[in-house]
Each structure stands twice: as C-alpha cells, then as structure tokens.
Design a protein around this ligand. Structure first.
Ligand SMILES: O=P(O)(O)OC[C@H]1O[C@H](OP(=O)(O)OP(=O)(O)O)[C@H](O)[C@@H]1O
Ligand SMILES: NC(=O)CC[C@H](N)C(=O)O
Length: 630
C-alpha cells in the first residue's frame, strides 16, 4: 500500500502593534490577540487534520521571565485542545488574582500565552510521522533572545536531502532529517551569523547588554532570508519569530503557496487564506487584504513596523490552482466565482454528452467541494435553455409544444449524500477504499430506470477510488441509462511536490489509463526509452532538466485518456454506460486566471526540482519502487 496523499498546511501570524495594555483597555480582554489567532486557525481547519500548534512571544518582560509559550497537539480536535489548555492556564493564573484581570503588565509577566506576537499552524504532515514532535511551530532556543526562533510553515521542498547535506557542509551535526528541522536549522544558522556579525561590529564600543539591544534593533531578517533560502527548491510560505519579537513570512519565488496579510495601526495579521483574515477582522473589506508577493517576505521588526522585502529573485508566478479547485475554503468570494466558472465552462461538453436531452437528465454533484462548481454548471444549463427557448419561439411554435418548452428546467437533485464532514482525500490509502465505500449514500426514487441520464460533477478525480469504490456502484443501482462524471479539474497526470503531496505516478488514474493505452497500441517500448532518458537526466543532475514523462502522454489525445479512465473506474457488473468529462487546461486558466500553477495537469514544473521529481517518480515506477520521489 502506498502512503496517504497529503495536503498543504495552514499558517497564521499576528503582530499586535500597540502596547499590550492598549488591547486590554480598549477591548476589555487580555485575549484580543489569542482570540484572533483562534479564528484564523478555526477558519483554516480544512488545511490541517493531522495536528496544530501555537506560539506566543512577549516583547517586554523582565529577564528571568518566560517570554515564549508554545503548545502543540495531535489530538482528534487539536485546535479545541490547544485553546482549552490556554484558557485553563488563564483561569488558573487569575484564580487568586482577580484584581489583576486588567493589569496588562502583570498578565504579561504571569500568564502564559499573553503576548504581542502570535503564531499558529495547522499541519498535514508530509515529512515525518504525525506525532507531536513533528508538529509546528518548531523552536530553536538560546539565552540570547535574538538567537532564539520559532518557525512554522506551509511548505514542501524538492531538495531536502541536498539542504540536509548543506548543513553538514556547514559543519553541523543534525540529529534528524525531518524537513522542518532542516529548514529551521538553515534559517537558524544564518540568524546566528547575523547576530555574530553585529556582535563583532559593536562589542568593542559597547557593553554586552548594550550590544544585545543594538542587535535586537538592527538585526536584518531580510539578509538572513536571502542567505538561508537561496538553495530552497520548492513551494513555501515560511513564518518565523525571533525571540525578541521580530517576525517574517517568506513566500516562495513562484508564489506556489499562498500567504495573505492585512495591516492597520493596531495589527498585522497573516494567513494562508484570505477568508480567514476576513473572518478574524470583520470590519475590513476583501480589497484591504494583500498577497505577500512571490520572492518577498513580509518583515515585521521589533517595533512593529512592517514591509515586504525581496529575499530572492522572482520566478514567473505559478500559484497553485489546486488551492482554487479544491483546497481553500470556497467562501472566499473570488474562489466561489472561480469554482462556479469551472463548472459553467463545461456546459457545452455535457450537453453534447446527453445529446441535449435535458428532459431526461438529472444533474447532481459529489459533496462537498464540488457543490459550487455544480451551481456553475446549473447556471450554464439554464443559460442554454434560455437561448433554446428564444430560438424555438422565434421559429414560431405554439400551443402544447410551447408550454413544454417554457416549463423545461434542469432537473437538479441531491443524489449523493456524504455522511461525514471529513475530507476523505487525506485518509491513508490502506483504509481509504472501505472508508470511501461507506462514506456516501444515494437518493432513491428520483432517477427513472432506463430512461434518465445522470450528470454528476466532482471537483477532481485523482486516484479514482471515490468513484470506483463508492459513488458509481451506488449510482448504478438506481438504474440510470448513462452516468456522466464531470471533473471540474483537468486530468491529474503528474506528481506534485510543492503543494499537495502526490509523488507516486502509479497512484494517478490518468497515469494508469496512459499505461493501458500504450499497451493497447503496442507502444510499451516507449516506457523503456523514457526510463533511459529519466535515468540519464537524474545522473547528470543538469540545471536544464526536462520532464520526460510528458512524452508518453503526448501519444494520445486528451479525450482518449478520458475514455480509458472511464473504463478503469467503471465498477464490475455496472449496467449504465459511463463517460468522464474533464476540464481542459484552457478552461482552468480561463476560470482561475491568477492561479496558473498547473504542473500536476501539464507537467510544466516551475522549478528544476519539479522536473527531477517527475523523472525520478517515473524511474521508481519502472523499478517497482513505491517510495516517494523527493
Ligand atoms: O479520485 P480520488 O483519489 O478518490 O479523490 C478525489 C476525491 O477526493 C476529494 O474528496 P474529499 O472527500 O477529500 O473532500 P470534499 O468533501 O471536500 O469534496 C475530492 O473532492 C474528490 O471527491
Ligand atoms: N503540508 C505541509 O506544509 C507540511 C509541512 C512539512 N513538510 C511537514 O510535514 O510538517
């Protein structure tokens, strides 16, 4: 069995720009910041079902007082567990000090998780187990505040091994190879150097404690990031807070992973999704929320001043389109419209597939994410009907025939019911088959046996398990003449190594379809040819590697692969005819014009590391290895 397919994580960062007392006085609570952090995390729960963590840093507490609090959880309900614990600490601390409840300084000095800089993380583990040690934020401690650091990120690097070796070259002795530790140590190393540089610069003119203050004021996080991130190959939104309170959120040069922020004179607030910020800051408008530019870091200094600063050359922007199709919450108004558009664009192909027989067709969707593209598809059908009515009326029909045309509506039904709110996509492969089979239910008494077509839209077809083991078997029992599965995403053909962690080619139903077609057309020799090319590309490690696997797909038209996928996912003994319609690449770009990262569909990777991963993944497939390719 292969490993579970994983997703992107969620990040949240808050910097309170005024003194802590301001919030206690104005909002009447010491938990102004932590409440906002809670909202940011709760609203990004879709991004992390494996665990969560928070860290809070206090800016000005006397030496000898704890200034970093961190808590992580891999509980079934990690967010609830974390915040319950925070609350408990608060209740306990003020139990015997009720008079201190509005005393900001006392609270800072005596109650954990009160502070001005806050960080939250939701994890879908891609490297390392789902245990507490691998939950973010990671902490690098030192008695000099400016050398301490907490980091957390939404990231996948294609070159963790290379980065790990660089640490060894630096003379370090890393105790583990987990990617978050590797990345943290890389940033930490240059943070140390920056500290050392400033220390050397000032040590002869000032006392040690004066130098500490100078370092905290002058520390150049932009330079730290320029030096530490230059070898990163991947998609990332990394955030860090140094012990003295300066913070950063750095976004990869192609903008693969998302990072949004809002700032006013009270707060700087960052999250992976715009909608989370909007929920936390009710009064602001969506236009007030900005994207951190690719290759830039939002840097917030000790005083709370913030600026986006470039730390690496930008690459052409390739923001992950899967965020828009499936991953992010659909309540963001832009995403909502994009998802609707994804469904609407497919109307002509669907109409052709049902032979324009709207009267005998039931339209529905696979819950939950596809609901919005379904609404778009229905809108498309209604527009078609409006055009159709206009046409026939202009042709002069009347009487019964006219009545019939005027009353024609798309038959919209809820055919598939999902019992759990969980995202099955992230369930491990070994239990997924049976999980998916029991996850859905169907509505009886709607489809007319042997008469009706059934059009069902889903947001994506990855392995095909949801359809084959769950949905199609059940729908077929209802007796439709034909089932048309519509995917609002194009065919997923290539591994992802930046965003969603899908690195094994054989997992993809599109890949299996292409293999079957090669066999049928007696072109299997191409597999060996491509394997040789992949091997030599990997051996040469040249900077200009190309994706050789593309060549295999190029042998067949898109529709031919769709047809083969339909055959593969058709359950044994199925009576209905099954057809699958996929979104086109052109349609995807039309619907999501600002998120054109499409490497899993096209094989066009934005970094060299991506080409290496796909070639390696193919090599592994040929060697029968079921390990991930990065
Ligand atoms: O082809 P497969 O590999 O089986 O995966 C694709 C399915 O997985 C996702 O559902 P999920 O249950 O994760 O989430 P949702 O409820 O948000 O749609 C997605 O929406 C598809 O239905
Ligand atoms: N989904 C992610 O962003 C994962 C981050 C990191 N690779 C981890 O496994 O913890």
């Amino acid at each position: 069995m292969s490993d579970a397919i994983k997703h992107e994580c969620g990040i949240a960062l808050i910097r309170l720009r005024k003194p802590f007392s301001h919030y206690v006085e104005k909002y009447g609570t010491p938990y102004y910041g932590i409440n906002k952090l809670y909202t940011l995390m709760e609203k990004q729960y879709n991004r992390g079902q494996d665990g969560a963590g928070i860290a809070v840093i206090k800016l000005d507490v006397p030496q000898g007082t704890r200034y970093i609090s961190r808590y992580r959880s891999v509980d079934q309900q990690p967010i609830a567990e974390i915040f319950e614990k925070v609350n408990k600490k608060f209740r306990k601390a003020i139990r015997d000090h009720k008079d201190k409840i509005n005393d900001a300084q006392w609270l800072l000095e005596n109650v954990a998780f009160t502070g001005e800089v806050l960080m939250g993380h939701l994890r879908y583990g891609t490297h390392g187990n789902n245990d507490i040690e691998n939950c973010h934020p990671f902490l690098r401690q030192n008695n000099w505040r400016s050398r301490s650091m907490v980091v957390a990120g939404n990231f996948n690097m294609t070159n963790v091994d290379e980065l790990f070796n660089k640490l060894i070259e630096l003379g370090q002795h890393p105790k583990e190879k987990v990617d978050t530790v590797t990345v943290l140590e890389k940033i930490g190393h240059f943070l140390d150097e920056e500290n050392q540089f400033l220390f050397e610069k000032h040590k002869d003119k000032f006392s040690n404690s004066q130098v500490s203050t100078i370092i905290e004021n002058d520390l150049d996080l932009q330079r730290v990031l320029m030096r530490s991130c230059k070898d990163f190959d991947g998609g990332y939104a990394m955030m860090g807070i140094a012990g003295h309170g300066a913070a950063f959120v750095a976004r990869d040069p192609a903008g693969i992973r998302p990072a949004f922020y809002y700032a006013d004179d009270e707060i700087v607030i960052v999250a992976s999704e715009r909608q989370a910020i909007k929920s936390a800051m009710e009064k602001i408008s969506y236009e007030d929320i900005k994207e951190v530019q690719p290759g830039f870091a939002l840097i917030i200094d000790r005083e709370g001043n913030y600026e986006e600063k470039q730390f690496i050359d930008q690459l052409p922007k390739k923001s992950c389109s899967f965020e828009r199709i499936y991953f992010s919450r659909g309540s963001d108004p832009q995403i909502y419209q994009e998802r609707k558009q994804l469904g609407k664009i497919l109307t002509p192909q669907i109409l052709e597939s049902i032979d324009y027989d709207i009267e005998n067709t039931v339209f529905s969707y696979v819950p939950n994410t596809a609901e919005t593209s379904f609404l778009g598809m229905v809108e498309g059908m209604e527009e078609y009907l409006a055009r159709y009515r206009k046409k026939v009326i202009s042709e002069g029909i009347s009487g019964e025939e006219l009545e019939k045309v005027l009353s024609l509506r798309p038959r919209i039904e809820k055919m598939v019911i999902k019992d759990a709110k969980l995202r099955s996509f992230i369930t491990s492969d070994d239990v997924r088959q049976s999980f998916v089979a029991n996850l859905y239910d169907t509505t009886h008494g709607v489809v007319r046996r042997g008469i009706d077509n059934l059009v069902i839209i889903d947001d994506s077809i990855v392995r095909g398990t949801t359809l084959e083991n769950g949905i199609l078997k059940m729908l077929d029992k209802l007796g439709p003449k034909k089932i048309i599965i519509v995917s609002s995403a194009p065919q997923i053909r290539f591994p992802d190594c930046y965003g969603i962690d899908m690195s094994k080619v054989k997992d993809f139903v599109a890949f299996r379809a292409m293999l079957a077609l090669l066999k049928e057309t007696k072109q299997e020799n191409l597999l060996e040819d491509v394997n040789e090319k992949c091997k030599s590309a990997i051996a040469n490690l040249s900077g200009n590697m190309v994706n050789h696997v593309k060549e295999l797909y190029l042998q067949f038209p898109y529709e031919q692969v769709s047809k083969k996928i339909a055959e593969i996912i058709t359950p044994k003994g199925c009576n209905a005819e099954i057809e699958v319609i996929f979104q086109t690449i052109e349609g995807l770009h039309r619907a999501c014009p600002n998120h054109i990262g499409d490497w899993y569909f096209t094989g066009d990777y934005p970094t060299t590391g991506g080409n290496r991963v796909v070639n390696k993944a193919f090599m592994y497939y040929m060697e029968g290895k079921t390990v991930r390719a990065y």
